[in-house]
Ligand binder design. Structure first.
Ligand SMILES: Cc1ncc(COP(=O)(O)O)c(C=O)c1O
Length: 433
């Protein structure tokens, strides 16, 4: 046994110490939260018409700061980005049976937000390089019932918004941007999330900046902003309109962010730029170090984009590498590499969609008389996303840790060691891969 013996075969691991976890909240956040608590008002919302309908001073200060930061007319704080997505879909006036095109390569909330208004999610396959919705495949999915596209800036870089906007304009569709994973990313110089009719960000613990749970919507559209503010705060208690278009979807939600979370989120927003830069530094070093490893695909940054590396997405070509994905990942983990995940997501394969069981058990809303065609889901619908998930994709959330150059170099050394010794591994997991 020598130092090149793979750890999974009994050798010593390259990485024998844990990396420092990233702790982004410090004294400033603690002080801001304490000040709110000392003031005694932890949420100042009132569901009825009046001053308090828009939230307390911390919520409003956060929104004003986010409007300046992202350069938008309206920022609307919510208690999670899931709430934000639901408010966005509701504000668009989606009717039961309306179709919304989105990507399967995302977190379930992107698509379930559509279902909350009895809209029908239609999944479009993804680009094999950026993992974002593939605009070339969107248009074929547009039907007379299509009302909107929800793009997701997956893993930290924007979807191709120019192409999506062109399709949306051609067919009179609204465009929504789920930028949960990419705050701080740029698309042709503009903040990702601000290129759609409605966009927004998640502030949950795992994201670049967080306040525990929370999120924020952004839009330049005054009417949509007003509708989202209504949806956030028990719209039915205050909406005074009689026109069906304005009453549409005005259901009584409570999506209100508390004052403590807002105070913390405002401080976190100041830290976003530095956070993004430190992830980009680590990712660039990692990319340089992993360059040239046979059969390993590194994240590609599309022209006009910057990438903020929520996930450093890898692809493995098992035939070129000669070892199956699960065996390789097991060997990397044994060398002490953390943050590796096999595959990602295919929403159209979730039981909810495969069996079309959402509201009740009888297939509602897909089987409702409001729908105009039979939208079904299952294997084969999105072959690019499926192949990536089942065979070639490895998510690497390495940039979540606070990585120094030495840490990155250890990760690189672990990959290089595994690649050098991989021929001794066999294909132990071939079926599971
Ligand atoms: C792409 C995407 N959309 C939506 C969400 C939901 O955000 P939240 O957890 O703030 O509700 C997430 C969170 O993981 C996400 O990654």
């Amino acid at each position: 046994m020598n130092e090149s013996t793979l750890a999974v075969l009994g050798g010593s691991p390259i990485i024998s110490r844990p990396f420092a976890p990233f702790v982004s909240v410090g004294d400033e956040e603690a002080e801001a939260a304490a000040a709110v608590i000392r003031g005694g008002v932890l949420s100042a919302y009132i569901g009825a018409r009046g001053e308090g309908f828009m939230g307390g001073p911390q919520v409003r200060a956060l929104e004003a700061k986010a409007e300046r930061y992202f350069g938008v007319r309206h920022a609307i704080a919510v208690n999670s980005w899931t709430s934000g997505l639901i408010a966005a879909v509701g504000a668009l006036g989606i009717e039961p049976g309306d179709e919304v095109i989105t990507t399967p390569w995302t977190m379930a909330a992107t698509a379930t937000a559509i279902l909350h208004f009895n809209g029908i999610p239609v999944f479009c396959d993804i680009d094999p390089v950026t993992f974002n919705i593939d605009p070339a495949k969107v248009e074929a999915l547009v039907t007379p019932r299509t009302r909107a596209i929800i793009a997701v800036d997956i893993f930290g870089q924007s979807a191709d918004m120019r192409a999506l906007r062109a399709i949306a304009d051609r067919h009179g569709l609204k465009l929504v941007s789920d930028t949960a994973q990419a705050p701080g990313a740029l698309y042709h110089g503009k903040p990702a999330g601000t290129l759609a009719d409605i966009g927004g960000y998640s502030f949950n613990y795992h994201k670049h900046i967080h306040c525990g749970e929370g999120g924020i919507l952004v839009t330049d559209d005054d009417r949509l902003a007003q509708r989202m503010r209504l949806l956030r705060n028990h719209a039915e208690a205050v909406i005074d309109a009689e026109s069906p278009a304005e009453l549409c979807n005005m259901l009584g939600f409570n999506f209100r962010m508390g004052e403590i979370e807002a105070a913390i989120a405002a401080i976190q927003l100041d830290k976003l730029q530095a956070r993004v830069q430190s992830r980009q530094r680590a990712a660039d070093r990692l990319r340089a170090g992993l360059q040239g490893l046979e059969g390993l695909g590194l994240p590609d940054v599309a022209e006009g984009n910057t990438h903020v590396y929520y996930v450093f997405g890898l692809t493995l070509d098992p035939l070129t590498i000669g070892v199956d994905r699960a065996t390789l990942v097991e060997a990397l983990r044994a060398e002490g590499v953390t943050g590796l995940g096999i595959g990602y997501q295919n929403l159209h394969l979730l039981p909810l969609f495969r069996h079309r069981i959402a509201y009740g058990t009888a297939g509602f809303p897909w089987t409702s008389p409001h729908t105009s065609r039979d939208v079904t889901y299952g294997a084969g619908l999105c072959p690019v996303a499926e192949r990536l998930h089942h065979e070639t994709f490895v998510s690497f959330s390495v940039c979540h840790a606070e990585l120094g150059d030495d840490d990155v170099d250890l990760v690189v050394a672990a990959f290089r060691k595994v690649w050098a010794g991989r021929h001794l591994l066999g294909n132990r997991h071939r079926r599971a891969a």
